[in-house]
Design a protein around this ligand. Structure first.
Ligand code: ADE
Length: 223
């Protein structure tokens, strides 16, 4: 998969996506990442990329020219172009799965109060938000979305961390608690049942725990 990212802060993309599993996915050439600094197409001596909104209002809006000109440098004939914005559709695991099937993704990272809407009207296929809160910068959101997509690419995760199993698990139930060695630490015990070797009872216990955790943390999933 090829991924292009257009941002004012390339290092917010390259550092996290060069680390750990994402870095290895790039080394294994599962993903071909290209980061474009919007500033390079800024206007005039000061490389201006933003301006005040028509009609008045607070904050600055990204001007269309640097964005369209950067997009013109990318062959998007097979690409899906995505704007990261708090005004977008809320990103989910289903979106990660859908987008992991694409050949080429182009992420446009908003900043300030937003981007000139002609970009959305004429160059963007979908707008995505990672949640109901406002970040300083769409690049942070793009990293989240790219990470969720790339880990689904065949070969990105080792067998022991395979993403296959989770796709069969109940999407409306959170995973239950997990414990590892030692069986006792500072007097804190691992639940007896997990040490019992009764696979049936363990499965039953896990299901109960998953339900309890979902009730506490995400009751909306049970509605
Ligand atoms: N930019 C700022 N906040 C954002 C959010 N929640 N999702 C996507 N892009 C953003």
């Amino acid at each position: 998969m090829r991924i292009d990212v257009i941002t004012l802060f390339p290092e917010l993309i390259t550092t996290p996506l060069g680390t750990s599993i994402m870095g290895r996915a790039r080394e294994k050439q599962l993903v071909d990442l290209h980061v474009h600094n919007l500033r390079e197409r800024g206007l005039g001596r000061h490389k201006q990329v933003d301006d005040t909104p028509y009609g008045g209002g607070q904050g600055m809006v990204l001007r269309p020219e640097p964005i369209f000109e950067t997009l013109d440098t990318i062959d998007r004939s097979q690409a899906r172009t995505i704007l990261m914005t708090p005004q977008g559709k809320r990103f989910s695991q289903a979106d990660a799965r859908r987008l992991s099937e694409e050949k080429h993704l182009v992420f446009l990272c908003g900043h300030y109060e937003g981007v000139d809407h002609r970009v959305v009207e004429h160059a963007v296929d979908e707008e995505l938000s990672i949640g109901d809160y406002v970040l300083t910068n769409g690049a942070i959101a793009a990293v989240v979305v790219i990470d969720a997509i790339v880990r689904l690419l065949p070969g990105a995760l080792g067998d022991e961390q395979s993403a296959v199993e989770e796709s069969f698990s109940d999407p409306n139930l959170l995973e239950g608690p997990q414990y590892t060695k030692p069986a006792e630490y500072r007097g804190y015990q691992v639940p007896e049942i997990l040490l019992s070797g009764h696979h049936g009872k363990i499965a039953e216990w896990r299901k109960e725990q998953a339900l309890a955790r979902t009730k506490t943390n995400r009751p909306d999933l049970l509605d």
